[in-house]
Design a protein around this ligand. Structure first.
Ligand code: TTP
Ligand code: MG
Length: 395
């Protein structure tokens, strides 16, 4: 299994598209007062800057860095480009995040592939090194960006391997080498273990990955349920999950958008304007990806970081932002007590594929409205998201 992770993805895309940035420290993220760093290129890392850090702190650490607001469309576009490159090697490509993918090389008839009788895991894995180099070169040539690769007997170890040496790295880990390298290290180095789990494990006296691997399973299950078992499997480097090729896809559970407001807002009309904008974005995404949904949720977070999510099911599935907004606005009316809010979001769940759905319910009733939505979508496809803006959003 091969895991590929693009190097300082957002920052590298910006660097590639703007030659004046070449070689400079670049930080992509919210450049407003409360923004955080999403991506820092490798010229910025020696200053101690990492993703998730408040932009204000990054500015103090590296005042001469270039700060870029970032543009999701560019990154999505580039992501699709490098996935295309990967697909030219094998169809068994699983897109995993905007800048990561897993590839199953077991079915790829690459030159130098050992015979099926070969049993030595190191020989089998090493034989894939030339393929990995070819992938890195192809990504560099066709996308103009560098990537780091991990090769291992399963997806979990491959993901851990790609984190060993960055950027432009290539790391091969057999199960044995995985254990040699990681068992001494702290549990927080395991993919999927955060600060809270680290503390909970420390209470049981588990600090290293090796200790987690050897801890009696019943105790882990007692304390963490199924997750305890999963964590131990990860520590042991066992993982049977197959690569799920892009064309099989993973069922989408919900679609939503949220925004952190640049300052706390308690004006109801201003919040509704945000709901309108978010509903518009969600509706557009549902239509673009061919989904309809029945459950509308509104998420609010107040200035003390208390988060509330309220939802309502509609009698019919919808993908029309007016219906989404109408319900979202009702939910806000009913569940918001006027406290200043720092974040607001809208999402739609209970999704079904739109294919074949319109004939039954929506079309006859509402053909006019559907044509209008299609017209608006195609204008935005051609001229950009802000080419048409709902008047209600302008406030
Ligand atoms: P990562 O692969 O974690 O980071 P990276 O590609 O910038 O750097 P690295 O070389 O270490 O892989 O995430 C990929 C992109 O996802 C990143 O460029 C920006 C985005 N992202 C965020 O928006 N917020 C975050 O907190 C993180 C970690 C990533
Ligand atoms: Mg990356």
């Amino acid at each position: 299994m091969l895991h590929l992770d693009m190097d300082s993805f957002f920052a590298s895309v910006e660097e590639k598209l703007n030659p004046r940035l070449k070689g400079k420290p670049i930080l992509v993220g919210g450049t407003e007062r409360r923004g955080v760093v999403a991506s820092a290129n490798y010229a910025a890392r020696p200053f101690g800057i990492h993703a998730g850090m408040p932009m204000a702190e990054a500015r103090r650490l590296c005042p001469h860095a270039v700060f870029v607001e970032g543009n999701p469309q560019k990154y999505v576009h580039t992501s699709l480009q490098f996935l295309d490159v990967l697909k030219s090697f094998t169809p068994a490509v699983e897109p995993f995040s905007i800048d990561e993918a897993f590839l199953d090389l077991t079915q790829v008839p690459y030159p130098g592939r050992p015979s099926p009788e070969e049993r030595d895991p190191a020989v089998i894995l090493d034989s894939a090194i030339p393929v990995a180099h070819a992938i890195q070169r192809a990504v560099q040539r066709r996308v103009g960006l560098t990537a780091t690769i991990g090769i291992a007997p399963n997806k979990y170890i491959a993901k851990m391997a790609s984190g060993v040496q960055k950027p432009r790295g290539l790391t091969v880990l057999t199960l044995e080498r995985y254990r040699e390298r990681f068992w001494e290290r702290g549990v927080q180095e395991l993919w999927g273990i955060g600060e809270k789990t680290k503390e909970a494990l420390a209470k049981l006296g588990i600090r290293t990955i090796g200790q987690l691997a050897k801890f009696p399973r019943e105790f882990l299950t007692y304390h963490f349920g199924l997750n305890g078992e999963r964590m131990q499997e990860a520590a042991l480097g066992r993982d049977e999950n197959p690569v799920i090729p892009y064309y099989e896809g993973v069922p989408v559970k919900s679609m939503g958008h949220e925004i952190t407001l640049s300052e706390d807002v308690s004006d109801k009309e201003a919040l509704k304007a945000q709901l309108l904008r978010l509903s518009d974005m969600v509706g557009r995404r549902l239509r673009a990806d061919g989904y309809l949904g029945r459950i509308i949720s509104v998420k609010i977070r107040d200035s003390k970081f208390r988060t509330t999510i309220r939802q309502r099911a509609l009698p019919e599935v919808v993908d029309d932002e007016h219906e989404i907004f109408h319900t979202a606005a009702l939910l806000l009316e009913e569940h918001w007590d006027g406290r200043p809010l720092r974040l607001i979001g809208v999402s739609v769940s209970g999704l079904v594929s739109a294919a074949g759905h319109y004939q039954h319910s929506l079309f006859g009733q509402d053909e006019h409205r559907r044509k209008l939505l299609e017209a608006v979508d195609s204008l935005r496809d051609r001229f950009g998201e802000t080419s048409l803006v709902k008047a209600g959003v302008l406030r």
